[in-house]
Design a protein around this ligand. Structure first.
Ligand SMILES: *[C@@H]1O[C@H](CO)[C@@H](O)[C@H](O)[C@H]1NC(C)=O
Ligand SMILES: CC(=O)N[C@H]1CO[C@H](CO)[C@@H](O)[C@@H]1O
Length: 481
């Protein structure tokens, strides 16, 4: 297993302050723009696709509804849009789909996307495919069991979903459930119904996780659980890849609200904290995604599909598998994460407090915002550890934090994601914020492209990106696409 990279100071490089400033400006520009003008024409040069060969799926949620305008302003950056609108319930002997576009304007919005539009320079923009997400909601284990083994039920579920798809004239479906890896046969009816109507089926898959070092009983158990889950996720991939058009792989939330386990070597001393770290009970804030993790996931999914081809023989099978090629849409987050943290001295394992700084140190720098601004610096050799779970934050929230606190952004190597620290008010505790940037997103895209273009790795290569979710992003971020 890959050891969590040590996060000692050689790994950190300070970002030129201009970077953050530009980042904030890019975000601000969008906020202002979408507030004042709804039919504003996109800026042409920014909107050229950086990686035209990679299909782009963008999720849009009702709770960050500015995603709708961002999609329209940058529609040539996308191929498929998935509004998050529907749930599938097990009711009585069958299934019921609930949900709808939240309002008439949402109806008009998705229909506009399905038609060609004119760009600022008068060129025609292609129509987008609209494939809303349908998520299985509240199913018990028994509900799954009944569904998996009963082809009357496969048909009932297909009918329930197709009823909506046909009525609304959607271009396809993103299907999400807690056990999609176990459903290749059960989804054949839905797949046939969609394909018969020239519509697409996309399924959401959990990512493959790194198992971690096996050093004692507990870590062995943990690692084995992760390995088992990984092989469950991958085992039916060859069959699934023949019924679906794309997989949307959730390679975001790499760290998630719980952060990640700190490397025990990063906390020394004899104290309780060092003891807890050695047992894997201390967590640190982490980046949401790394290009390397995305790459590992893509390779695992390609290999698992490939392994299936060994069981198929002949020309027809290889043709089918070629069509199975452009199937992996790797998830990339468009949100940041904010973690409440405390700082610990690496050598003693004791908590340390950032101290007011007269002169600005080059890194890292923490800025208090209350009253007369107090600039604080982090003592040498300290690491941040989580004191509570973190939360996702949007680009506009990040802009507000940057404007208010004027922090210095630091780059975490090798992940290439940026973070900054700030204190809300003196004495109320510190936060570390991880933010996606045009650069980190571009890096993920480049990694995907490299894999798809590497003939040795992927003779039938092809993959793209799935963005969660457009409403949390900004024009600045979307420029990476
Ligand atoms: C399959 O599902 C249908 C509809 O719920 C039900 O009527 C039927 O009894 C089920 N068949 C089996 C073998 O469970
Ligand atoms: C760089 C990094 O933090 N990678 C980790 C992110 O989270 C996933 C899953 O939790 C791990 O497998 C990665 O090692």
């Amino acid at each position: 297993m890959a050891v969590t990279p040590r996060r000692s100071s050689p790994g950190l490089s300070a970002v030129h302050p201009i970077f953050l400033f530009l980042f904030a400006l890019a975000l601000l520009a969008t906020t202002v723009r979408s507030e004042q003008e709804h039919t504003q024409k996109p800026i042409v040069s920014e909107d050229v696709r950086q990686n035209p060969s990679l299909p782009v799926l963008g999720y849009v949620t009702p709770w960050n509804s500015r995603g709708k305008q961002l999609v329209e302003d940058h529609r040539q950056k996308f191929d498929i849009i998935s509004p998050v609108w529907y749930t599938i319930h097990a009711v009585g002997d069958g299934y019921e789909v609930r949900g709808a576009p939240p309002g008439p304007e949402d109806d008009e919005w998705y229909k506009r996307l399905q038609h060609p539009a004119a760009s600022a320079d008068g060129a025609e923009q292609k129509p987008l495919q609209v494939a809303p997400r349908f998520i299985v909601d509240g199913w018990t284990e028994e509900d799954y069991r009944q569904f998996i083994f009963n082809d009357t039920r496969w048909q009932m579920l297909s009918d329930a979903v197709m009823g909506v798809v046909t009525e609304m004239a959607f271009d396809g479906v993103v299907f999400e459930s807690g056990a999609t890896h176990a459903l290749p046969q059960s989804l054949t009816r839905l797949s046939e119904a969609l394909h018969g109507a020239h519509k697409i089926l996309i399924v959401v898959m959990q990512p493959i996780r790194t198992a971690g070092e096996k050093v004692d009983e507990l870590s062995v158990k943990r690692a084995e659980l992760i390995e088992t889950t990984n092989s469950l996720i991958l085992q039916n991939l060859p069959q699934l890849s023949l019924v679906v058009d794309y997989f949307s792989i959730m390679t975001y939330d790499m760290s998630g609200p719980g952060g990640r386990e700190i490397n025990a070597r990063n906390i020394g001393g004899e104290g309780k904290l060092a003891e807890a770290a050695a047992k894997g009970n201390v967590r640190e804030p982490g980046p949401n995604t790394s290009a390397d993790w995305v790459r590992q996931n893509l390779l695992s999914f390609i290999e698992a599909t490939d392994a299936g081809s060994a069981n198929h023989q002949g020309f027809q099978a290889s043709l089918e598998l070629q069509q199975a090629s452009r199937k992996f849409l790797m998830g990339a987050p468009l949100y940041g994460y904010r973690y409440p943290v405390m700082f610990v001295n690496k050598n003693s394992g004791h908590f340390v407090e950032p101290t007011p700084a007269e002169k600005l140190p080059d890194k890292p720098l923490i800025t208090g915002s209350a009253g007369p601004k107090v600039r604080k610096k982090l003592p040498e050799d300290s690491v941040a550890i989580l004191i509570r779970g973190g939360e996702a934050i949007t680009a506009s929230e990040i802009v507000d934090l940057i404007k208010e606190n004027k922090p210095e952004a630091l780059r975490l190597e090798p992940e290439g994601e940026y973070y900054f620290d700030y204190e809300e008010k003196p004495g109320t505790g510190f936060y570390r914020v991880f933010l996606p940037t045009k650069e980190s997103l571009g890096h993920v895209l480049k990694t995907i492209k490299d894999v798809t273009e590497d003939d040795l790795i992927s003779p039938f290569g092809g993959a793209g990106v799935a963005l969660w979710e457009v409403g949390q992003s900004s024009a600045g971020l979307l420029a990476a696409l």
